[in-house]
Every structure is written in C-alpha cells, then in structure tokens.
Design a protein around this ligand. Sequence first.
Ligand code: GLU
Length: 442
Amino acid sequence: MAYSKQIEAALKKARASVGDRISVGSEEGLLMPSPGITASPDHIVLKLDNGYNIGIKYEGQAIKKSAKPEPRLVKQEFSYENAGHAHVRQSPGKHTITLLGAGGTIASRVDYSTGGAYADMTGEDLAALVPELGEVAHIRFESAFEKMSEDMAPADWQLLAKEAAKELNQSEGVVITHGTDTMHYTAAALSFMLDTPKPVVLTGAQRSSDRGSTDSVLNLICSAHAALSDIAEVGICMHATSSDDYCHLLRGTKARKMHSSMRNAFRPINSYPLANIYPDGRIEPLSSFKKRSSGKAKADTKFDGRIALLKAYPGADPDIISHYVGRGYRGIVVEATALGHVPTKSEKSWIPAVKAAVSSGVPVVVATQCIYGSVNPDVYTNLRILFHEAGATPAYDMTAETAYVKLGWVLAHAKGDKVKEMMAQNLKGEINPRLEPDMFLY
Ligand code: GLU
C-alpha cells in the first residue's frame, strides 16, 4: 500500500522521494516508504536521527526537503505505485557482496493491528534501514524466498546452497538473511552442501528491523565485514553480547540458538567462535579457519530427507523407532541423555528397537541432549550395549541438529558401513577432538 493521495501530492510538491531528508512540521528525518498494511496510509514515516521510525499523521503540515541532501541514501526514481521498496545508495568502488534474502524476523515488520510480525521486506528495504551497509560494500540484492524459518525444510537448504554458490561466483562473499529459530540447521546444511572459497554468512534478528530496538543493524554490518573477510567458511554472525558492541562469527556446524529472545542467543557449542567481528571492520580470529582462495564455489546438494530426530527420556516408548523404520525412514538421530544413554535395562528398553533398525540398514546416530560435551560409547556398561551390541553410531560432540543434517547429507552420498564411517569423519569442523573447559557456556 502506498501513502494516501494527499501525502503523495504533498511529497511530489516538495520534490521529496523515499530516502530524502525532509521535515514534516517540526519533525525531521529520512522519508521511509509507507509500511503498507502495518500503518494507515495517512501517516508519513520518518526515520529520526536516533534510529527510531515515527509515523506522523499528515494534516497538511509543511513538508520541506532538507537543503543538504542526505549523503547515505541515493535518490533514484521511486514509484509511489511500488511503495514499500526503498532504493539504496551503492558504493561502486567497493568490493561486492550479495545480500540473499530468506525471510525471518530480520525481514519482518510489526503489524500494529495484531502485534504480530510478518516477513515482507526485501534486501533493499533492509539496506535502506541500515545505510551504513553501503559504506562497507557494494551490494547485490537477491531473494531466495521469504519464510519464517520454522517453515523451512531440506528443499529450502538445497535452494539456498545453489543460490549461494551462484552468487559466490560473482561477489566476494554472501550474507544470507534468515529466521533465527532454525538458522543453525541451515548453517549446518550449507556447511555440508557447499565447497566455498569465500565466506557465506548467515544472519538474522531477534527484533524486527522496523523497530528502534532492532538488533539487525549491528548484525548486518558485522556480517558484511565477515563476508569480505578471509574466513572462507559457512558461519553465523550475530550479537556476541546483549549490547550493540560486536558480533561473533560462529562455525556453521558448531552453533546453536540458546535463548528464545535474547540478542546474543547464538553461542558456539563445543568450540570457540571463529572470530569476533566489530562494526568498524576489525576482525579478531579465535579459531583456525579455512582461508579465502581463488577457485569456484560448488554446491553438492544431494540430501535424503527420510531422517528423524528423536529424544530419549525416562518412560519414552521405543515403538517410535519401529514407527519410523516401518515408514521407510533411512536414518534416525537420537538425542540421548548425557554420554549417550537410552533406556536400556528398563521395561521399555530401546535396545531391541535400535538393534532391529540397525540390522535392517537404518543407522541410529546418538547425540547428547546435554548439548555441551561428547557422547562416549565406552565408559558405562549400558553405553557398550547400545553402541557395541545394538550397533548405534556415536555423534561425539556434534550437536543433535548438526548430526541430523549431516546424516541426511551422508545418506545421499554413501551406503552401508560407509555411512557410519563418514558420520565419524570430521568433514566440516563438526567434530572437535579437543574440547576445552572454557568452551562450556562460552
Ligand atoms: N520464528 C521466526 C523464524 O525463525 C522468527 C524468529 C527470528 O527470525 O528471529 O523465522
């Protein structure tokens, strides 16, 4: 939805377009596109210098364009028929990165009639809200889809991997804007699917980008720096602390959303961050990483989605395993307790069901629901029964989510014993043989 006819006429008279610095009565700021269904069309939206957006009910106040043009936004032709999509100043002399949109809160606005947020912002809209991005890089905008990440499935990971590989061959790095809930699944999937000589950085937000309190500004700026860095890995770049000070870049196979709402929700699991990334472009490496190189990015997206992720808990019914095997699933990941236990000698022992699954060719991979630490197939008798007698496969220190994604990728690339062998191999930094005490709750 565009602004009302009265506002459009007043803006035209003042020769003001989206991105211009204007005053409306006594308020001054950057003219933003009409937020569509989230605000009434007779309110003009300005971004104030403090970063907040305000809606001003237009009742014929004087509109004036600032004599000094706003330096950070470009004045390109803007059609009021297409209102809602801003134009962004580009920096042609700078290195190019691609902003690849995939929805999530970062691409959302609040619908003030319901209080709920919904995803409908393009990369251009986002970059218009964060004009500093244009100072870091020249940006190509691409959109894969606009989804909340709980609605994503392996086909979405495959599409993102293909798009990212294509973009990597035309820019210095790719930033994927994504919902945060399942970002760590996507990051793991892209880690296995992509062979990349350049950075692939996933980022998102815990507060929608149209709010003054949004975390997307720091996340996007740090992600742009990460995408231009030397770190040629798939990573997640989000707030390191609850303040707007710096971000962590986390290895895609070793990250997890650990809080439902805090801005520093993403933490490294059983590893250190790859690096601290500061908004001024400073990069402090904290782990060894694969370095940027020449060569082409390749996507190998074969994936077998017939996999399940189950949780073992006191009283859990082992029939769930037989259920999935009976439905033709090809692999199962169990989130077991601590070192890898499932009910073993109890009335509802999982051992017969695991043994039957493994002997029918369905691998059962065991990760720890403790999240931190590693599964160990040897230290207790019950563990030896599960791993050595029933034939389960340890995920070691992989998160259950990474083990789930890896199993789907491995099953599409190997058969029989080779699956077990590949699950134990460290393909993309997902297994860390040196766990340090200070990695816990890092
Ligand atoms: N549940 C939504 C998602 O994961 C919103 C959460 C977010 O983006 O932070 O896409």
